[in-house]
Design a protein around this ligand. Structure first.
Ligand SMILES: [Zn+2]
Length: 451
């Protein structure tokens, strides 16, 4: 069980290929920072590769509320024998604007936020932020907002306390309490409206929103506006071997999955299903999450579209016989915090895609624990295809833990296992991945689909 860097196994030619793949991956990261944007990009790519919403074709896709996408390829085997399924999530930790966000204080206009998912609050202050989202106006029309991504756009930021004055209110506190959720307010403007006595800065920014986007203050009530880092994906390291970007959990799986789905040369033997899911970061709740019934509905429509008879019974049988991968990232051994990992069972950056038999916390609580037989099958597929891979748990026992969507799919009776790229500084605004691991994720997903 010796460990080797994946890079040592790659020829110059393969390194060229994985670098080209990572350029496309970085482009995806830049245009798909929110779940809605990711869903739109995925739909665009699928359509460009002949996927349609016709439920009787060989390549089919469906979108749920602009936040979840399912793509299907028919394959040559009988559908009743089961599917090959890979599921990745497209939501990421962020700050959402509150429903009544705008206020003025000390001659500044500010926006209140409510954070989404597992963030470390101190990581979100003092850096350039962009806002992305949709606003549904009183008349029902929908306005798309993206501000802060073009170099000529303004950006926003959250103020931190200067070190000179932070002793009592921050420095002596626990790290988790140094920045409170309610203090994550976005700096939005500072120029007052001339001749206005009451809240002149707030009135001025509202004037701009009206002028530029046709929005009124009340429209925030029916809006979903997400605050995300304003910077683009970048190469990291003097050797450019890594990618630094926001949202790699779980675009490090979603993008390779999308690429694998459209790149399969001919129709695969098994029918294959790629699922791009929302709301993983808040426990898979809600009707665009892995706990919603969209997958079932899609399969029922599919079975009916293909004229295969009693959809309900067939769907349950085929799901039970399916083989699945829950494609999600894992925490790579952190060079300066090695003590949180049990290094014999941890994953390493550049070591290839990481296979995780179980997740959960405190004695596998809340885990999907893949059966040895299934781990054996996966091991076989990866080794046969010469995929560079490793096994790893998330951290030492009782150090913390985490879950994925695996357990929600396991409820249907299918075999499922977690797999994904190791990530450094996971859930931060600037997560780090290895270009090699992202490429091996793509190769692993492809190998799984065609096996
Ligand atoms: Zn994730």
């Amino acid at each position: 069980m010796e460990r080797h860097s994946g890079w040592k196994r790659k020829s110059q030619e393969e390194i060229k290929r994985l670098n080209a793949f990572s350029e496309q991956y970085k482009q995806f990261l830049d245009v798909a920072k929110t779940e809605r944007e990711a869903a739109a990009q995925i739909e665009m790519t699928l359509r460009a590769h002949g996927f349609t919403s016709e439920m009787n074709g060989p390549r089919i896709y469906a979108v749920n509320r602009g936040k979840e996408v399912i793509a299907f390829r028919k394959g040559s085997r009988d559908l009743a024998q089961g599917l090959k399924i890979i599921i990745a999530h497209i939501d990421a930790p962020r700050l959402d604007l509150k429903q009544n966000p705008l206020y003025e204080d000390v001659d500044l206009a500010l926006l209140r936020t409510h954070y989404y998912g597992g963030i470390k609050k101190y990581q979100w202050v003092a850096m350039p932020l962009a806002i992305h989202g949709v606003v549904v106006k009183a008349d029902g029309t929908l306005v798309n907002l993206v501000i802060g991504e073009n170099d000529s756009d303004p950006v926003f930021s959250i103020d931190d306390l200067l070190p000179h004055l932070s002793h009592k209110h921050q420095d002596d506190k626990k790290l988790s309490e140094a920045i409170e959720g309610e203090k994550l307010t976005l700096l939005f403007g500072s120029m007052p409206l001339r001749g206005e006595e009451r809240e002149p800065v707030k009135k001025a920014v509202l004037g701009l929103l009206r002028e530029q986007y046709g929005l009124e203050e009340e429209d925030f009530i029916s809006a979903e506006i997400e605050v995300v880092p304003a910077f683009k994906a970048r190469d990291v390291g003097i050797d450019r071997s890594m990618v630094g970007a926001y949202g790699q959990d779980d675009r490090a799986s979603a993008y390779p999955l999308l690429a694998a789905m459209v790149d399969l040369d001919e129709e695969p033997a098994w029918p294959v299903l790629a699922v791009f899911i929302d709301k993983e970061e808040i426990g898979s709740e809600g009707n665009t999450s892995a706990q919603s019934h969209f997958i079932q509905m899609f399969l029922q429509d599919l079975i009916e579209g293909l004229g295969l008879g009693n959809a309900d019974a067939l769907m349950r049988r085929l799901l039970f016989r399916s083989k699945a991968i829950s494609a999600d990232v894992n925490g790579a051994v952190n060079p300066t915090w090695q003590e949180v990992h049990e290094k014999q069972n941890a994953c390493y950056l550049g070591g290839g895609i990481c296979v995780t038999k179980f997740t959960g916390h405190g004695g596998k609580v809340g885990a999907n624990d893949a059966h040895a037989e299934y781990v054996g099958e996966i091991r076989n597929i990866l080794s046969k295809s010469d995929v560079i891979w490793q096994v790893g748990e998330l951290g030492k026992i009782d150090e913390g833990g985490g879950g994925t969507v695996a357990k929600y799919l396991a409820e249907y009776g299918m075999d499922i296992i977690d797999m994904g790229a190791p990530i450094l500084t996971m859930h931060s605004p600037f997560e780090i991945s290895s270009k090699l691991d992202i490429f091996e994720a793509y190769r692993a997903f492809k190998a799984f689909f065609v096996s």
